[in-house]
Design a protein around this ligand. Structure first.
Ligand SMILES: *Cc1c(COP(=O)(O)O)cnc(C)c1O
Length: 410
């Protein structure tokens, strides 16, 4: 792979050969990042090549992914999700230009499919037959679904609280599912021990540097779908911090190979009940772990493993972090659904709540352009969908009773 230079430790800067199963810096245990030969990549493809590509999935960006062209790929259609222009939602919150990137339309219903597509390609390059991860739910379903499609065995560790929809996906995809009686952190620790003992491929997003490379394709798509007009702000929900780190890396790479001529500012949204990265951002102090107290299970991460990449994305871009309450998240789920037809899971709708807050504070201006990344599909967590939206009208089969109950018609 000529285009991949090496893996660089984000802590000590040491460079490592880009082996497919390399996870942490051997010297300092820091996290690694994939570095490319941008000049070489820029010679391989640009806007014109992309315009004529018929690969309507994330592999259209292969020259900028750390995967060999001959590696087997997931047969599922990952990526190239719609970017909706949403004027009604924009007007309702006092903004001129707003887009919704609906990543809930990925094959297993979340942005995590992007990570699994690239991660599993690396697992195959490492000649692995079994893969494992700990996850709050979506990374697990993405791994299990894409592993099933590739004929690989998946071992999944989830905290006991994972919503039923995500659990059902895991079981349907035939993964070995370990429901850990404890927090996400304890699921993660147990998975790390099991990976060590059993020799499975480590598919933990917070540790495996390749997964972030898959996630970055969301931003490459946003740029391309906007015809290379970069938005002022991009809003992403933050748990472990890999997703926003990946989204930022996508813009960064696109900028450095000349696909775009400026960078957006990144907004990271956390739930008020689980916001250690936001606190670290605003205080400037080292991260202090906190409880995982939010109904937005995908971002209920009290002890994140990747705060550095998230903080770097937000700081580097000149963006900010914001927290939202569960009540605001539920309200945003309803508001998003009613104005755009997009059903987001709580973490996916949190971005709207965060944007509204920053608009009210004047941090985001009414004339600026914004992309909301809706990272997960609401059907994964229908329980909270009903909590957000309320109950249907209950009527006997009688037209007069129905008419008396209907809000004014026409
Ligand atoms: C995983 C996830 C996030 C957050 O990603 P991190 O890498 O943990 O910060 C946000 N929304 C959804 C729907 C997710 O599944």
């Amino acid at each position: 792979m000529r285009h991949v230079k090496f893996l660089e430790c984000i802590q000590c800067g040491k460079r490592h050969e880009a082996l497919p199963a390399e996870c942490r810096c051997a010297d300092c245990q820091g996290l690694l990042e994939v570095l490319y030969d941008y000049d070489y990549v820029a010679r391989q493809f640009g806007r014109e090549e992309l315009a004529s590509s018929r690969e309507y999935n994330l592999w259209r960006y292969l020259p900028l992914l750390p995967v060999a062209p001959t590696t087997k790929r997931t047969p599922l259609r990952v990526g190239w999700t719609p970017l909706y222009h949403t004027p009604a939602l924009a007007a309702s919150i006092g903004l001129e230009t707003l887009y919704v990137k609906d990543d809930g339309q990925n094959p297993t219903g979340s942005l995590k499919d992007r990570a699994a597509a690239v991660g599993l390609a690396k697992a195959l390059e490492a000649k692995a037959q079994s893969v494992a991860c700990a996850s709050t739910g979506n990374a697990a379903s993405a791994l299990a679904g894409n592993a099933a499609a590739l004929g690989l065995k998946a071992y999944i560790f989830v905290p006991e609280r994972a919503p039923l929809g995500k659990l059902a996906q895991l079981l349907i995809f035939g993964a070995t599912v370990v429901s850990v009686q404890g927090s996400y952190e304890s699921a993660l620790q147990l998975s790390a021990q099991a990976i060590d003992s059993c020799g499975w491929y480590n598919h933990n997003a917070a540790i495996n540097p390749y997964l972030l490379e898959g996630k970055k394709t969301v931003s490459l798509e946003i740029c391309e779908q906007l015809d290379w007009r970069v938005p002022d702000w991009v809003v992403v929900a933050v748990g472990d911090g890999c997703t926003i780190g990946g989204a930022w890396k996508g813009f960064w790479d696109a900028y450095h190979i000349g696909l775009i001529d400026r960078l957006p500012k990144m907004i990271g949204v956390q739930a008020a009940g689980s916001c250690p990265i936001s606190r670290a951002f605003h205080s400037g102090e080292p991260l202090v772990p906190m409880a995982e107290d939010t109904l937005a299970d995908s971002i209920a991460v009290g002890a994140p493993l990747n705060p550095d990449k998230a903080l770097r994305a937000v700081r580097h871009s000149g963006g900010t972090m914001v927290t939202v309450t569960d009540e605001e998240i539920l309200q945003a789920m309803r508001h998003l659904g009613q104005t755009t037809g997009v059903f987001a899971e709580p973490a996916g709708a949190a971005v709207l709540a965060g944007l509204q807050k920053l608009l009210e504070e004047g941090m985001v201006g009414a004339k600026e352009s914004v992309v909301l990344c809706v990272t997960g599909n609401g059907l994964k967590d229908v329980k909270n969908g009903i909590v957000a939206a309320g109950q249907p009208l209950l009527v006997p089969p009688d037209i007069n009773q129905l008419l008396s109950l209907l809000p004014s018609t026409k």
